[in-house]
Design a protein. Structure first.
Length: 111
């Protein structure tokens, strides 16, 4: 049987059986009861669930990037110093933050 013939037979059979206007007993009450039984969505709870689900991927990414940064060579191409070894030779945070201020003060004094 061809597909078009089968389709025509199905359409003709469907036209012979009109849709019913009968609604099951207490249908609207069942629908309204199902709608009332659903709990409202709390945005704080939804946000907390989203954050909780993102903990594992973020932690895994942090660990992987930490291993990568510790193993990546720093400096020129001939150097084999790792990032963990390089930390010991970097200036402390206070010196790094106050360096621009010291330069401004020395320029102002020179004027």
């Amino acid at each position: 049987m061809k597909r078009s013939d089968l389709e025509q037979k199905l359409w003709s059979t469907a036209r012979k059986c009109p849709p019913s206007d009968h609604v099951p007993y207490a249908f609207e009450k069942r629908v309204m009861a199902a709608l009332r039984s659903r709990a409202p969505v709390d945005p704080i709870t939804a946000w907390a669930r989203l954050l909780l689900r993102s903990v594992a991927p973020c932690l895994a990414l942090t660990v992987l990037l930490g291993f990568y940064a510790a193993q990546k060579p720093v400096g020129d191409a001939g150097s084999t110093t790792t990032a963990a070894q390089q930390v010991e030779t970097t200036p402390n945070l206070e010196d790094a933050l106050t360096a621009p201020l010291r330069e401004e003060v020395s320029l102002a004094v020179a004027w």
